[in-house]
Design a protein around this ligand. Sequence first.
Ligand code: KG4
Ligand code: ZN
Length: 346
Amino acid sequence: MTYILGIETSCDETAAAVIKADKTTVTVLAHVVNSQIKIHKQFGGVVPEVAARQHIINILPIVDQALKQAKLTVKQIDAIAATQGPGLAGALMVGFETAKTLAWLKQKPLYEVNHLIGHLWSWLLPEVGKTEPININWPFIALIVSGGHTELILVKDFINYEVIGKTLDDAAGEAFDKAAKIMNLGYPGGPILSKRALLGDKNTWSFPRPLLQQPDFNFSFSGLKTSLLYKIKALGNLNEEQINNLCASWQAAVIEVLIEKTVRAAKFHHAQAVAVVGGVSANQSLRQEMAVKCSLNNWPLLLPKMLYTGDNATMIALAGFISHRLGQQALNKNFITTAIKPNLNI
Ligand code: KG4
Ligand code: ZN
């Protein structure tokens, strides 16, 4: 059994977690996430320097809280996993350097984790205090949809992944946030827009389905933002019902493209399952419509529990364990001189 302390500070969540895992099961012992949403709300978006400063204030209390929740000391932990990238440089530095310091002081291995690989395995995580089997149908297709990324990954085993498609411009979450800003819906845009969409009729207006006719697995969402802008200009002053209908119609375009390309990729690569992960995987319409498509094709749909859709350290701890223990990826023995990688890719 391996006990792992996870640390995540790539954007505006200061998070720490403890998991216990072996070859076949994972148990979540602690899951602590401190969101800075309220602080960044006044600026209408994440301010990197403010995020880093908040991480500095919060990181040690959050790590302490996670260890207390798990009823363990750092000494009893077997390894420390931390997000190395991608993300905001100043923000990443706080968590990663804290992890390095703890690992060095307590002579523990450091698992350097790619944030996106954290999301990739987040569907395996059980509720806090519970245990789930690590049971995987290879290969599977993962749609990673977050604020900074939209990628289709062919996952062949624990460490072999291939990016088979990605966004050519805005990420899906970013598109949601920008669309919400255009309609003055508030911050953070994605969750607000998706709630308004539930109240509207998606057949009211028709928005383009970017790149749907292209045979590749790439996405493009920046044009959808522009068509929304034109539609709003044409409509003039909007009432609440019109806003709900716009949200529903616009969201339907994004979801249709995400689902259609994922289904095509899964068919093309003879996938045994489909995973949808990242912040946008919290979207109820996306979850429901993807479930329908997957059941038609007999693919298990792998979705993270709602508490693991957004950024958290529990997925970072699990990704560290999976890469280094199950995938036997070599450990960096000289981690004292390693640094963050803000532009890290898969
Ligand atoms: O994975 P995440 O927490 O952070 C990044 O790694 O980027 O994703 C955050 C993104 C934001 O753009 C947010 O608006 C979006 O996920 N999001 C949603 C929903 N909940 C969060 N987008 C659409 N519908 C939602 N319900
Ligand atoms: Zn994320």
